[in-house]
Ligand binder design. Structure first.
Ligand code: BGC
Length: 281
């Protein structure tokens, strides 16, 4: 878990930049929406998705990845993301910088074809949205329930920590907390993350199975995952694990962490060796 936290903390730093970038995109996006035709192309969704902060990189990656059909960026607007992707917005946490524009962003996304909404990011992790199951249940009820029936609403994402009160344990407690509040929580799908050494890749599949059980067989989204290790380990993981994920029943989507330089991209224009595999296997 230590290594995982380092990954997550580095990611938090990128988030501040991302928030600024999205504010400046919002205005542009509103204009784009007005020009939209009333009938939309219905996209056929594959499982494979793209997790990104920089929409330009996501588009470059998407052009090389025929099987990639959806994308998310931990934010609630896509930026200049290609139409090829179905975009899935996230309400990262129950704090004003996210909630203040959530409803207007979701309306915009729904009008552009969004069908899945993600709730809080890793509330079971102190350096992420850091919420108790009870707090998250109340906030999910407030911000997510209203979209039930208009989109699939996922439960908050959780890590694969095995510590009591974290990971799937948190997710189970969240379901219990939801059962104890008036109106409950809209939950059409569950959302999980996974990081471990490549040698322990089998635990990815037990993690998915555990989530399926807690979520009563509802579809699972695996919105962050990556093996820890060398590029060779990552190449091996891509060659062996991605096709297995394609075959997992009840896994509705997965997005590797993540499309960025030094990760699935080796430069602004080039995919890394394991990026190339994620795009083509
Ligand atoms: C953070 C997001 C961030 C992403 C990629 C996640 O761990 O929670 O806010 O956008 O990493 O940098």
């Amino acid at each position: 878990m230590y290594t995982y936290k380092v990954v997550a903390l580095a990611a938090m730093a990128a988030f501040a930049e991302q928030a600024v970038a999205f504010n400046s995109h919002r205005h542009l996006h509103e204009h784009a929406k007005k020009a939209e035709p009333t009938t939309r192309e219905v996209k056929s969704l594959t499982k494979r998705g793209v997790a990104y902060n920089d929409a330009g990189l996501a588009n470059t990656f998407g052009a090389a990845c025929e099987k990639c059909s959806w994308a998310y960026n931990w934010a609630s607007l896509p930026g200049n993301l290609d139409q090829k992707f179905e975009y899935m917005p996230t309400l990262w946490g129950d704090i004003d910088i996210h909630t203040s524009h959530w409803d207007s962003d979701v309306e915009q996304c729904l009008a552009s074809g969004t069908k899945v909404l993600f709730s809080f990011n890793e509330p079971d992790h102190a350096s992420q949205s850091n919420m108790s199951p009870e707090q998250a249940a109340a906030a999910h009820n407030r911000w997510m329930n209203k979209y039930a029936g208009r989109a699939q609403v996922c439960a908050p994402s959780v890590t694969n920590s095995g510590n009591p009160g974290e990971g799937l344990d948190w997710l189970r407690n969240f379901h219990n907390a939801c059962n104890n509040i008036e109106g409950g929580c809209a939950i059409d799908c569950c959302n999980i993350h996974w990081y471990s050494e490549a040698a322990y890749s089998d635990t990815l599949f037990t993690h998915i199975d555990g989530a399926k059980e807690i979520c009563g067989g509802k579809p699972i989204y695996l919105t962050e995952f990556a093996p820890l290790g060398s590029d060779d380990d990552k190449n091996g993981f891509m060659s062996n694990i991605i096709s297995r994920l394609d075959g997992v029943d009840g896994l509705a989507g997965y997005s590797y962490f993540m499309v960025a330089e030094g990760n699935l991209m080796s430069s602004a224009n080039d995919l890394s060796s394991y990026g190339q595999l994620y795009a083509t296997v």
